[in-house]
Ligand binder design. Structure first.
Ligand code: SAM
Ligand code: DTB
Ligand code: SF4
Length: 342
């Protein structure tokens, strides 16, 4: 066995407190928790493709039925006009993308969308808002939406930006099952993509969500011009959250005209598949979600993602503001692959 294989087999033991935030790690009191070094994650990326997929398959089958895929439907409940400057996002007020700012949807509209999603087979309904951080009065309204989604028999997920402790608890009290808050890229790449908040802001919200007892959904975007080492850095950050998230969305950048990343070089599809495999290996029990970017992927690439351990998709013809394969196309693909849904 060579050196890089050894580092893969034994993720480093890193003294840390329960939290993965750098400042928490710096105050480590000694409890040893397995952590993935960036080197060990990068070594996974560098495996021969067949070995990487085989390893991911083994981990996947140990923890899940490999023929089952979970379906989450997205709805933008408050679109556009966001004060943040995330370089990938069509909803930022800083970029001219043609996305108009809208108001928060009312409970009737959301309940109808949730009912339709359930009728099409989705089990989770994720509501996204283009906010940096909600106001307390927004949380009261979103709590009502969460209750409506739950009443339709779906798991409820929200992604609303940064939260205070009180807001996280209020969402938990309303019955929220999951909160999506992505780290998006490696810490060292963050400043190239976003200037209006820090990585630690993100980590703090994730901690508040966890502490409130809400399931954590956290992943990132690849194809933003990052290096492979930076992709490994993102996966290591997410995998080292303690505990790691229940859901891990891996998005391929949707290049939107008007955003600074509109002309980013396209990522090699096999590198996307590798990212899925590495996420599966480092987070064995997580739902790894093949997320944005599926419209640009062939059925063959999506099939490879499922082989690499993806076991969830965003399902429905729209993501937040951009397109997604329609229900019929996905039903066909899942049928062709013999995948059952849950
Ligand atoms: N405003 C909240 C926030 O940023 O957390 C919630 C909504 S935001 C649109 C949710 C996530 O969508 C982002 O964290 C990012 O990972 C993803 N996203 C946004 N634009 C994207 C794009 N063009 N391609 C891929 N993923 C994108
Ligand atoms: C996630 O990781 N991806 C979703 C969801 N969480 C909120 C959002 C993708 C957005 C793609 C661009 C758009 O449609 O606006
Ligand atoms: Fe705003 Fe979220 Fe888009 Fe960033 S990703 S601009 S925070 S909506």
């Amino acid at each position: 066995m060579n050196e890089s294989q050894q580092s893969i087999e034994q993720p480093v033991q890193w003294p840390t407190t329960r939290r993965a935030a750098p400042e928490a790690a710096a105050q480590a009191q000694g409890s040893a928790v397995a952590r993935w070094s960036v080197d060990s994650v990068e070594a996974l990326f560098a495996l021969p493709f067949a070995d990487l997929i085989h390893r991911a398959q083994q981990v996947h089958r140990e923890h899940f039925d490999a023929n089952e895929v979970q379906l989450s439907t997205l709805l933008s409940i408050k679109t556009g006009g966001c004060p943040e400057d995330c370089g990938y996002c069509p909803q930022s007020v800083h970029f001219d993308t043609g996305v108009a700012a809208g108001k928060l949807l009312d409970v009737g509209e959301v309940a109808a969308a949730a009912r339709a999603a359930r009728a099409q087979g989705a089990s989770r309904f994720c509501m996204g808002a283009a906010w940096r951080e909600p106001k307390d009065r927004d949380i009261e309204k979103v709590a009502e939406l969460v209750r409506a989604v739950k009443a339709e028999g779906l798991e409820a997920c929200c992604t609303l930006g940064m939260l205070s402790d009180g807001q996280a608890h209020a969402l938990k009290d309303a019955g929220l099952d999951y909160y999506n808050h992505n780290l998006d890229t490696a810490p060292e790449a963050y400043g190239r993509i976003i200037s209006t908040r820090t990585y630690n802001d993100r980590l703090r919200t994730l901690e508040r969500v966890r502490d409130a007892g809400i399931g954590v959904c956290c992943g990132g975007i690849v194809g933003m011009g990052e290096s492979r080492r930076e992709r490994a850095g993102l996966v290591a950050q997410v995998a080292n959250l303690d505990p790691y998230p229940e859901s891990v969305p891996i998005n391929q950048l949707v290049r939107v005209q008007g955003t600074p990343l509109a002309d980013a070089e396209a990522l090699d599809p096999l590198e996307f598949v590798r990212t899925i495999a590495v996420a599966r290996i480092t987070m064995p029990r997580a739902r790894v979600r093949l997320s944005a970017g599926r419209r640009g992927m062939s059925d063959a690439v999506q099939a490879l993602c499922f082989l690499a351990g993806a076991n969830s998709i965003f399902y429905g013809d729209k993501l937040l503001t951009t397109g997604n394969p329609d229900w019929e196309a996905d039903q066909r693909l899942l049928g062709t692959l013999g995948l059952r849904t849950c």
